[in-house]
Design a protein around this ligand. Structure first.
Ligand code: NAG
Length: 381
């Protein structure tokens, strides 16, 4: 009974604590064009004045400005991903993106357009979000430790001695890069690039050479496959996908490349699935649909006794020529040094950018690392 009582209070407290701004019953939905906007929702380049409580639950058009009056309120819907583009926003009323008890866990973007002082708005300026006296601005994202200190000096990564093998495709062609790696030494013993950007009539030959190349890789070797730029399908590629499925020990028809073209893909596997001491898994793949902005990075890595193999397929929507496939074999502990911090960094995630700077504030000693493979966060918590 005591336990039930405790649970009851616990649930009650939890329910009260989670005061999410989007749960305000007075909110009118932006997406309810007929109701909220009486049939004329905000249009491109509008100077919008918000006088009521509104839930931003759809992608708005590019706006010129937004003024939220004292009676107005604009609340981001946590279930809708929006990218607000506007020259300036003035908050006399309220603007909420999450709250302290109910952080906003999805992504959102606000881009301020135009030039500073283009409208001579005065004190608040333009190309800005400004809150006037009495206004409320609440922006609370996912909790994340913003900075901390090393508990001890970090080891230096030395590309000259610590990299066993590395290769980046250097071609305008598009297709699949395949790498064959010696499981004992980490050497890149063979690699090949298969250009799928060719006439559809040549596909049967292309598929045969792809299948033959995979067949010819010595058993027990580590095999990496990555999309280079794109995987055009001008003919039937089923044979190639079947060969990948056999190689990776996948069930027929389950390779994700069967589904769609707009994705990045990388795979690491050991041929014939012979157990190699120290490897955590026989086959790993990463399949990522293309993001609408920036880079999509499908990176897969596997640790063997002495080294780590990383296969990466990157697509950069803004700089397509920089899209690439690559392989890196490096001495594991130096590629992934164990870093000791004085605080709990478990809120950091793979894909985060970590900037490491020395305390003498010399920028030449600053290093930026992205995609920290926080694989086994041994020191977390
Ligand atoms: C909004 O204001 C700007 C700056 O005053 C103006 O250039 C623009 O035309 C206005 N938008 C509309 C739809 O009237």
């Amino acid at each position: 009974m005591e336990l039930l009582k405790f649970l009851f209070y616990f649930i009650l407290i939890a329910a009260c604590a989670a005061q999410c701004p989007d749960s305000d019953a007075n909110l009118l939905k932006w997406s309810d064009h007929a109701g909220t906007w009486s049939g004329s929702p905000p249009a491109e380049n509008d100077n919008l004045t918000i006088t009521q409580p509104i839930l931003l639950d759809e992608q708005p058009p590019t706006l010129y400005s937004i003024v939220i009056t004292a009676t107005g309120k604009l609340v981001w819907d946590p279930n809708t991903e929006v990218h607000l583009k506007v020259h300036w926003v003035q908050v006399d009323g309220e603007l909420h993106i999450g709250s302290e008890d109910c952080p906003f866990l999805s992504n959102t973007h606000i881009t301020f357009l135009g030039n500073v002082e283009e409208n001579n708005l005065g004190a608040g300026g333009d190309k800005a979000l400004f809150v006037t006296a009495g206004g409320t601005l609440e922006i609370h994202g996912k909790p994340k430790l913003s900075w901390t200190k090393f508990a001890q000096t970090a080891p230096k990564f030395n590309t000259e001695t610590d990299v066993i093998a590395s290769q980046i495709e250097d071609t305008k062609k598009r297709g699949l890069a395949v790498y064959s790696i010696n499981p004992t030494t980490g050497e890149l013993v063979d690699s090949a690039f298969f250009n799928f950007l060719i006439n559809g009539r040549k596909y049967p030959d292309l598929i045969i050479s792809f299948v033959n190349f995979l067949d010819g890789i010595p058993d027990v070797n580590i095999v990496g496959i990555a999309i280079h730029k794109d995987l055009p399908r001008r003919g039937d590629i089923t044979g190639a996908l079947e060969a990948i499925e056999i190689l990776a020990g996948q069930t027929d028809g389950t390779n994700p490349l069967r589904d769609t073209e707009d994705a990045m893909y990388s795979l690491l596997t050991t041929k014939k699935h012979i157990l190699i001491i120290g490897s955590t898994s026989m086959s790993k793949e990463v399949y990522l649909p293309l993001k609408s902005e920036g880079k999509t990075i499908a990176e897969v890595s596997m640790v063997f006794a002495e080294f780590i193999v990383v296969v990466t397929s990157t697509f950069d929507i803004n700089r397509r020529d920089r899209s690439k496939a690559e392989v890196l074999v490096a001495v594991d502990l130096k590629y992934r040094p164990v870093l000791n911090f004085i605080e709990d960094v478990s809120t950091w995630e793979t894909g985060d950018t970590v900037v490491i700077a020395s305390t003498d504030y010399d920028w030449r000693q600053a290093e930026e690392r992205r995609n920290f493979p926080l694989i086994d966060c041994r020191l977390c918590g």
